[in-house]
Design a binder for this molecule. Structure first.
Ligand code: 5GP
Length: 222
């Protein structure tokens, strides 16, 4: 009986360790590839080093995510950011596609995104692949151009509905994106456009509508 109890305790303990291991190394369902509209970021936070923020969508991050909680996993156990693993040829490209629009410290921004998000999908994308894939995703669809072709351009007073903005992106990419907004007083400002990718970060898939811009409120793009 004593032996049975101790083997049971051992099994429970082993299972708990296994669960902890899975959680700390990151278990996720899909990727969110998040691009931001820099002027909105700089409008809602007071400190942006760039006085005239870039007028094109830039990368915020590539985030392995769970359907049950898209903000998880994060800060997993894995290799910490190593600048030399961002290929020299990729660096000038990332400076354009993935700049730190808040304080201008691009490398620090990449480090933060890798440590918080990239570590959770390291089994699928190592550090070099993580940045290469992100760059390729950014290159594959130019959101600013897609919106411009649909006459959705920054304007101080004009507003759009959620579907006005999603429609041309969906037509161009054949997949449903997710829109995220920030709020300045009562104005709902377009902030992020999210593309979703499958577990291997290869297949572009439809995003679920979770915690996006409010449907019933007009969206400003300034
Ligand atoms: P996450 O940490 O989940 O990737 O995203 C949230 C954080 O990213 C926020 O704290 C937000 O301020 C930050 N963020 C968004 N854009 C930028 C940027 O261009 N530079 C820096 N340093 N942080 C950013």
């Amino acid at each position: 009986m004593g032996k049975l109890k101790s083997s049971l305790a051992f099994l429970v303990l082993a299972f708990a360790f296994f669960l902890c291991f899975i959680m700390s190394t990151g278990s996720y369902d899909y990727f969110q590839f998040v691009q931001q509209w820099p002027p909105t970021n700089c409008r809602v936070r007071t400190k942006c080093s760039n006085p005239r923020p870039l007028q094109y969508f830039t990368i915020h991050g590539l985030w392995p995510s769970n359907y049950s909680n898209p903000k998880m996993p994060s800060n997993c156990i894995g290799s910490q950011f190593n600048e030399s693993r961002v290929y020299p040829y990729l660096r000038p490209k990332l400076k354009i596609s993935w700049p730190d629009v808040e304080s201008g410290n691009d490398t620090k921004f990449w480090e933060g995104e890798w440590n918080k998000h990239g570590t959770c999908s390291e089994r699928i994308l190592n550090q070099m692949q993580y940045f290469q894939r992100s760059q390729a995703m950014w290159k594959s669809h130019n959101i600013s151009e897609i919106l411009k072709n649909a006459s959705i351009v920054p304007h101080p007073t004009q507003t759009w509905t959620y579907s006005d903005i999603v429609s041309p992106i969906k037509t161009a990419t054949k997949k449903t994106p997710l829109l995220r907004c920030k709020y300045d007083k009562k104005t709902q400002l377009l902030y992020e456009v999210v593309f979703c990718y499958g577990y291997n970060a290869l297949k572009h898939i439809d995003c679920n509508r979770t915690a996006g811009c409010r449907n019933q409120q007009a969206i400003s793009f300034q």
